[in-house]
Design a binder for this molecule. Structure first.
Ligand SMILES: CC(C)(COP(=O)(O)OP(=O)(O)OC[C@H]1O[C@@H](n2cnc3c(N)ncnc32)[C@H](O)[C@@H]1OP(=O)(O)O)[C@@H](O)C(=O)NCCC(=O)NCCS
Length: 151
């Protein structure tokens, strides 16, 4: 499996899953507003079955994003974060540039994501509110992790 990497100064974005610090990623997602209480094993399984992007300074995980995709027609962008101590220096914008430039994610018919307040970040990469929300349906179970035993 070929991994993609991009380097800028002290930072690296890479899709190499062996670089992911699962304690850091699980720790952030466990406290996040969208995946509160997510079990460690659920995070591990989701990473194994996704195309993941990590931002690193040396070995230190600074950020993360997960793309759920068939690498051909569709991608769903999820679990995007930059750790608080690394925010405000353009890392999420750079990670987004790397994501949309990834060779396996070209020519897709659709990208999707959901966000509470980061619309402006995604807008610059071409994301727009649903043009026809009446055509979309979802099965949403926001409390699913609360019903499972924690880590
Ligand atoms: C959102 C987040 C990833 C931004 O990371 P960052 O590296 O600090 O952001 P950058 O320095 O690359 O700048 C992001 C740009 O998006 C904008 N932005 C839009 N929504 C934002 C938000 N909710 N938080 C921070 N910046 C946001 C910023 O203003 C900035 O634009 P500007 O350069 O024109 O001012 C980071 O604040 C984070 O991890 N937040 C908590 C988790 C989260 O909400 N993730 C997104 C889930 S959809």
């Amino acid at each position: 499996m070929m991994h993609s990497s991009w380097i800028q100064g002290d930072y690296e974005v890479t899709t190499d899953p062996s670089r992911i610090d699962i304690v850091v990623v699980h720790g952030f997602l466990f406290d996040s507003y969208w995946a509160k209480g997510i079990p460690r094993e659920t995070v591990e399984n989701s990473i194994r079955n996704s195309l993941c992007f990590g931002v690193y300074r040396g070995k230190e995980q600074a950020g993360f994003a997960r793309v759920i995709t068939d690498h051909t027609t569709y991608a769903y962008l999820a679990d995007v974060f930059i750790l608080p101590e690394y925010r405000g220096r353009g890392l999420s914008k750079w990670m987004m540039e790397c994501i949309v430039a990834h060779p396996d994610l070209q020519g897709l018919r659709r990208w999707m994501l959901a966000t509470r307040d980061a619309h402006k970040l995604y807008k610059r990469f071409g994301f727009r509110p649903l043009a026809a929300p009446d055509r979309w349906m979802e099965r949403h179970d926001p409390d699913v992790y609360a019903r499972k035993p924690g880590p």
